[in-house]
Design a protein around this ligand. Structure first.
Ligand code: G1P
Length: 291
């Protein structure tokens, strides 16, 4: 197989965000802020850092604010220029040129697998990174988490999913994988189950919001029937892919922040705010005073 360079990324951001209602009723959960930047912008920046320059964001009706976030805001930029807010203006202009970003609608919300299948034409036979739009990855090394998957793809030419160990009580919330460790932190996957009961789980390694797929995933998705909760599960398509091609898992070096739940959202904001020198002291002092 001829290995192609990774240039494309897909960000599913079509779901209702029921775990973040009532907030997510009118604002896409992917635009929830992590301090002062929407989660989705962190995700786009991670994709760009991993080498993607073409990005497809999968949205659904009512989530058009996502499109606006990546469009030029003419009036706003004019106002920032007039008032001499140069740093902010530059930041807004940089946002307009992060990557070549396009959008597609998932018509019916039939599951993550169905959402990803919307990217078939965009992929056009090339490998694609998939980054879930409500999860921020904070890498522990200089390479971004998506970049760590690209490194495995460059070595193997195969699909690779991000893995992270989770405690027993979290097993039933994730796709759980098992396989043989072929190199430090890299597994050749043999099993994958979507949200298993603890007793049926093949291990404790959870699929962690980042994937890199060869074009074979789209053939597998086309053959995947509705699974758990009557949805087309991406996990089930990966199991099909594993019957034809090797699929690897990469233990991520970094921390995952799921902002799609109230606790995840609050904790991530506290942590990221404490890292900022302009906010650290004020926030810490306030936190110490609340019980
Ligand atoms: C999805 C996937 C699951 C994965 C999880 C986190 O679940 O179906 O396999 O482990 O994302 O990446 P969701 O969180 O959308 O229910």
């Amino acid at each position: 197989m001829i290995k192609k360079q990774l240039r494309k990324a897909v960000i599913p951001a079509a779901g209702f965000g029921t775990r973040m209602l009532p907030f997510a009723k009118s604002v896409p959960k992917e635009l929830i802020p992590l301090v002062d930047k929407p989660v989705l912008q962190y995700v786009v920046e991670e994709a760009v850092a991993a080498g993607a320059d073409e990005i497809l964001i999968i949205i659904s009706s009512g989530k058009e604010a996502i499109i606006r976030h990546f469009e030029t805001a003419v009036e706003l930029e004019k106002r920032l220029a007039e008032s001499g807010k140069t740093a902010l203006l530059e930041e807004m202009q940089k946002l307009n040129h992060l990557a070549d970003i396009s959008f597609v609608y998932q018509q019916e919300l039939k599951g993550l697998g169905d959402a990803v299948s919307m990217a078939k034409e965009f992929a056009g036979g090339d490998p694609v990174l998939i980054l879930l739009g409500d999860t921020v990855m904070d890498s522990a090394v200089s390479r971004s988490v998506a970049g760590q998957l690209v490194d495995v793809y460059e070595k193997t030419g195969s699909s690779v999913v991000a893995l992270e160990e989770v405690p027993d009580e979290k097993v039933s919330s994730y796709g759980i994988a098992d396989g043989r460790e072929i190199a430090d932190g890299i597994l050749k996957l043999s099993r994958l189950v979507e949200k298993p009961a603890l007793a049926d789980a093949p291990g404790r390694l959870a699929v962690a919001a980042r994937y890199l797929f060869t074009p074979g995933i789209f053939t597998a998705l086309a053959e995947t029937l509705p699974g758990l909760h009557g949805e087309i599960q991406l996990t089930d398509a990966i199991v099909k892919l594993m019957q034809n091609e090797s699929v690897y898992g990469c233990r991520i070096r970094g921390k995952r922040y799921d902002l799609g739940t109230p606790a995840g959202f609050v904790m991530a904001n506290v942590e990221f705010a404490l890292r900022r020198s302009d906010l650290h002291d004020t926030i810490l002092e306030r936190l110490k005073s609340v019980q």
